[in-house]
Design a binder for this molecule. Structure first.
Ligand SMILES: [Zn+2]
Ligand SMILES: [Zn+2]
Length: 283
């Protein structure tokens, strides 16, 4: 962690931690601003006309909702920066092996750590997400996120404090278990914010097959997470559909909804019946 050496050098632990926090905070803020803002600008503003045929639901989120999401997300970036500072300090005291040279342990290991960060995060997200949907926890920890019934890219970090802490805890925990390079962590964080903002944008961006199914059916599409906001109780996964399918929590009309979002016929009759069935399930 030579990168942080100058911030920590000759400083007592508290001063060092504050310096690291103030160094990391703008990174966390910019990641949200560029990630969520970039998806918003591209999808919801510049290409909204061209993507009109892939709008999942109407209406578009209101400006007031997006302002609230942005303000709450600022609090989340503070919590993420605290977690980042804690990780750097833990590395300084030898509690985790985080190194600065990406290829130091070979590129195969680099790829392994990056894939593990993403796959393990998906598992962490699925199970903690199931947990915070428990009625005793939902009101205190997860209600803010679901206030965005029709989400926007700005919903990405719109979390109650408890939910932000659960999400922020993942990285220090996995870094404690797995020696990882800073570059793999940065790529993981970029992938996280882009997939997160995409999942809330309201337009189906993922490619479909001719039969109306997702081309990459093992990945969660925008429709997948959009359905979670439309009707909580289904589709808890973040990046992959594995856990929802294994545990049986995928929305029964997910593929029909996806086909409808990309305006392709899925078994003809299924799409025709979509309106009636969806009304029944959602009611
Ligand atoms: Zn939820
Ligand atoms: Zn969401």
């Amino acid at each position: 962690m030579e990168h942080y050496a100058s911030l920590i050098e000759a400083a007592d632990p508290v001063t060092a931690a504050i310096r690291i926090f103030l160094h990391i905070l703008p990174h966390d803020f910019m990641r949200y601003l560029i990630g969520a803002g970039g998806v918003f600008l591209l999808v919801n503003v510049l290409f909204a006309g061209r993507l009109a045929g892939r709008k999942i639901r109407s209406p578009a989120p209101k400006a007031e909702q997006m302002r609230r999401e942005f303000a709450i997300s600022m609090r989340t970036t503070l919590i993420f920066a605290l977690s980042g500072a804690a990780s750097v300090m833990a590395a300084k005291f030898g509690l985790m092996d985080t190194y600065y040279s990406a290829g130091e342990r070979g590129w195969a290991y680099f790829a392994f750590t990056l894939i593990t960060l993403i796959v393990a995060h998906d598992a962490w997200f699925y199970w903690t997400h199931r947990l915070i949907h428990h009625p005793r926890l939902f009101r205190r920890i997860h209600r803010t996120h679901h206030k965005s019934h029709n989400p926007s890219p700005w919903t990405a970090y719109s979390f109650d404090v408890g939910e932000a802490v659960i999400n922020a805890a993942y990285l220090p925990l996995i870094l404690f278990l797995m020696p990882t390079s800073v570059q793999a962590i940065i790529l993981f964080l970029l992938h996280m914010i882009i997939r997160n903002a995409m999942g809330h944008c309201g337009y189906e961006l993922f490619p479909s097959r001719r039969d109306g199914r997702p081309l990459f059916d093992w990945m969660t599409t925008v429709t997948h997470h959009d359905l979670h906001h439309a009707q909580a109780g289904w589709n808890y996964g973040l990046y992959f559909t594995w856990w929802d399918r294994l545990i049986g929590t995928e929305h029964p009309l997910y593929h029909e909804k996806f086909a409808a979002a990309v305006r392709k016929p899925l078994d003809g009759a299924a799409v025709a019946a979509l309106g009636r069935e969806a009304a029944k399930v959602i009611a």
